[in-house]
Design a protein around this ligand. Structure first.
Ligand code: FE2
Ligand code: FE2
Length: 292
């Protein structure tokens, strides 16, 4: 059982600032222009995923009546905003971005952000509780570990030490909330009806036309960087295993949906994601043509 007051105390005590980091410290040249350009799309995805995480944790905070959980989520939203800024500063340091420039979001990210801004508060927190651990396990876990291994810049290591410490708290809370909603919803007579009403069309749109293609696209970026996809798959397996160990989690309706998709991806069947990338590109093309 997670000790929530203790987690809140830690979340407050362990706050840090991007100003604590000496962005001009030596070592930036250990990232060659070639490596910087190979990393740029991935770093941009990472930046936007952190920014999206901030919006989602903010929505979780707004929807939670429990004051301790609310305060924990509020601190997580601050953490994610800081992660995004720290990663942006790394991009500046490596010459990928100018001083105050933000990376350009890819079409999936743009669509997901727009949908979330409109409807994050309408999506039931239980749906987010299933999506968040997946993102945090894969992107913050496997991918960040990879980045630290291939990038020789000490400031990069310093940044991800701070980020990883924050993410350890996030994951503890993510698993707690997954179990909490799994337990709560498994009591409901018709869980799938419940999910349908929780997700709503806008939520589904965000999930399938924004989030899932984004994962697939990130996979492409990862492959381009030379990361062994085994490592990402391993982190995704951890998501699948959560339900194997915990029956409350296994009964969580949105988790069960996500788990099926993740299972497919880890078994090398990425066609669903590839298809969604194509569909979302087509939709994007159509809507920009209409706007023109
Ligand atoms: Fe983060
Ligand atoms: Fe996080």
């Amino acid at each position: 059982m997670l000790d929530l007051p203790r987690l809140l105390e830690k979340s407050k005590r362990l706050q840090w600032s991007t100003d604590d980091i000496d962005w001009e410290a030596p070592g930036a040249d250990r990232v060659s222009p070639k490596q910087a350009s190979d990393l740029s799309a991935f770093m941009a995805d990472l930046y936007w995923i952190e920014s999206i995480a901030a919006v989602v944790f903010d929505a979780m905070a707004q929807r939670d009546a429990d004051p301790t959980r609310k305060a924990i989520f509020e601190s997580f939203a601050v953490d994610e905003t800081r992660h995004a800024e720290a990663e942006r500063q790394l991009m500046v340091r490596w010459g990928i971005l100018r001083k105050h420039e933000r990376p350009v979001p890819n079409p999936n990210v743009r669509r997901l952000l727009a949908t979330l801004e409109r409807s994050a508060s309408k999506v039931h927190p239980s749906v987010f509780s299933a999506i968040i651990p997946m993102t945090e396990l894969v992107l913050d876990g496997a991918l960040v570990k990879y980045l630290v291994r291939v990038v020789d810049d000490p400031i990069c290591h310093r940044v991800f030490e701070g980020i990883n410490a924050d993410e350890a708290r996030h994951l503890a809370m993510d698993f707690h909330m997954l179990e909490f909603y799994g337990r709560e919803q498994s009591r409901a007579a018709n869980a799938l009806d419940l999910v349908r009403s929780f997700v709503r069309p806008s939520g589904l749109y965000a999930m399938f036309f924004g989030y899932l293609p984004m994962l697939a696209r990130t996979r492409e970026n990862i492959a381009r960087m030379g990361l062994d996809l085994e490592e990402a798959a391993k982190a995704m397996r951890r998501y699948v295993e959560l339900g194997e160990r915990n029956p409350d989690i296994a009964r969580h309706p949105t988790y069960a949906l996500m788990r099926g998709y993740v299972n497919n991806v880890t078994q090398g069947n990425t066609r669903l994601g590839d298809l969604l990338v194509r569909v979302s590109d087509v939709v994007d093309g159509l809507s920009s043509r209409r706007a023109a």
